[in-house]
Design a protein around this ligand. Structure first.
Ligand SMILES: Nc1ncnc2c1ncn2[C@@H]1O[C@H](COP(=O)(O)OP(=O)(O)OP(=O)(O)O)[C@@H](O)[C@H]1O
Length: 131
């Protein structure tokens, strides 16, 4: 997912370019906006964390881009490409190093397991919308 900060800052094209140049195939793609309820549901795993309310507010503050990506070893490869959660710690050339504003507004999200990729893919896309 390209988060609201990176969409607002005009980085959709640059981020999709990095993703495809690194060998990911885009299987589904959508420009949309999360309601607070949907954003809360998406990050429900963090609901006891102190940053949860701010995260939900931010994630529902503007449009996002959701995508399903395909590549061998995609989870690990994509998490390497996006960099550490806090852009101050993100390796040079990673998406968060280049485009994130802060630890909270950190430009992109990537699923952390095949199981969660399945859940999150179904959250945004029906089978009809994939190819
Ligand atoms: N200390 C924090 N302060 C503010 N926001 C935070 C903090 N830690 C995490 N977040 C926000 O919550 C999201 C989820 O946190 P998590 O620890 O799962 O990081 P991540 O797996 O790198 O990010 P994501 O799940 O978005 O790919 C982060 O991407 C960030 O937007």
């Amino acid at each position: 997912m390209i988060k609201p900060d990176a969409v607002a800052d005009g980085h959709i094209g640059a981020i999709l370019d990095i993703i495809t140049k690194n060998g990911f195939k885009i299987v589904a793609l959508k420009y949309t906006k999360l309601s607070a309820e949907k954003a809360g549901q998406f990050y429900e795993v963090h609901k006891e964390r102190p940053f949860y309310a701010g995260l939900v507010e931010f994630m529902s503050s503007g449009p996002i881009v959701a995508a399903i990506l395909e590549k061998d070893n995609a989870i690990t490869e994509f998490r390497t490409l996006i960099g550490a959660t806090n852009p101050a710690d993100a390796a040079e050339g990673t998406i968060r190093n280049l485009y994130a504003r802060s630890i909270g507004e950190n430009a992109v999200h990537g699923s952390d397991s095949d199981e969660n990729a399945d859940i999150e893919g179904n959250f945004f896309f029906s089978a009809f919308e994939r190819f």
